[in-house]
Design a protein around this ligand. Structure first.
Ligand code: SF4
Length: 264
């Protein structure tokens, strides 16, 4: 498989399908030091060169005190490749880490969100791109269904609360085996986040479960992503989307269901 071509095709498909990038956009890419965000930045840069529209890209990294090694190596790599890179130490996050070292993801991501908007504003960006991958979408989909009782994953495109920024996730169709290979081909330095080493989390359990099942079903994540874009309301339990009055369409579905149940 041609890794670069596959990554660019899948990222391009997501950008087009969800209208993520529009003429004149300035896209700020959050670089965490991991393989996913480095893949995202490089993919956007390569797609930019062949895109039929004009847009600009800048990169930023927010230090929240979670990197296991100094991030300078990533900065040097990005600057050497000609990227416009900004590094910001987020003082409130560093203080939080000292005062509440056991804080959870909710408070950490709230602090990060505030810092991201501040940096993007200073960079003159109107779009912020995040490196969430197909794996993140699948895990989020399963976690929400199993532990929060909701059928949802992550938004591929959304807006910040005052619609100041469009928030996009162009790697929605790109799996992490691809970002690993792509970052490897680039020779990019990957700086792990302390949280990625955690064990015993729901996320880790779901990751391991998917990896185990993928031995027999290699396209499991692609199928899950298709399921997220192919909702059959009439076969779910949300009464907001069910026609509870008699009508021919639902009557037909109901009788089909009966046949399935009776023959089971
Ligand atoms: S995994 Fe770590 S870095 Fe990510 S939101 Fe949770 S606490 Fe923050």
């Amino acid at each position: 498989m041609d890794v670069e071509r596959t990554v660019l095709r899948k990222a391009g498909e997501a950008i087009a399908r969800f209208r993520m990038i529009r003429p004149g956009d300035r896209v700020a890419v959050g670089v965490s030091g991991g393989k996913d965000s480095l893949t995202l930045l490089e993919a956007l840069s390569r797609l930019q060169k062949r895109a039929p529209i004009d847009f600009t890209i800048c990169a930023f990294t927010i230090e929240q005190g979670k990197f296991l090694q100094p991030i300078e190596a990533v900065g040097r790599y990005l600057l050497d490749r000609g990227f416009d890179w900004t590094y910001v130490e987020d003082k409130p996050s560093l203080k939080l880490l000292t005062e509440q070292p056991g804080h959870g993801c909710d408070v950490c991501s709230r602090f990060r969100r505030r810092a991201v908007y501040e940096v993007a504003r200073n960079l003159g960006a109107n779009v912020v791109a995040f490196g969430h991958t197909a794996d993140d979408f699948c895990e989020s989909f399963l976690r929400n269904a199993m532990f929060t009782g909701r059928t949802s994953a992550l938004p591929p495109i959304t807006w910040s609360s005052k619609r100041e920024f469009r928030l996009i996730r162009p790697l929605v169709y790109v799996t992490e085996n691809l970002t690993r290979d792509f970052a490897g081909l680039l020779g990019a330095p990957v700086i792990p986040c302390g949280c990625s080493q955690k064990t015993g989390t729901v996320r880790r359990t779901l990751r391991d479960m998917l990896a185990e099942m993928e031995k027999d079903h290699p396209f499991l994540k692609e199928t899950l992503l298709s399921a997220m874009g192919n909702i059959e309301h009439s076969r779910l339990l949300d009464t907001r989307f069910l026609n509870l009055d008699e009508n021919s369409e639902n009557a037909e579905s109901a009788s089909e269901e009966l046949v399935v149940l009776e023959s089971a």
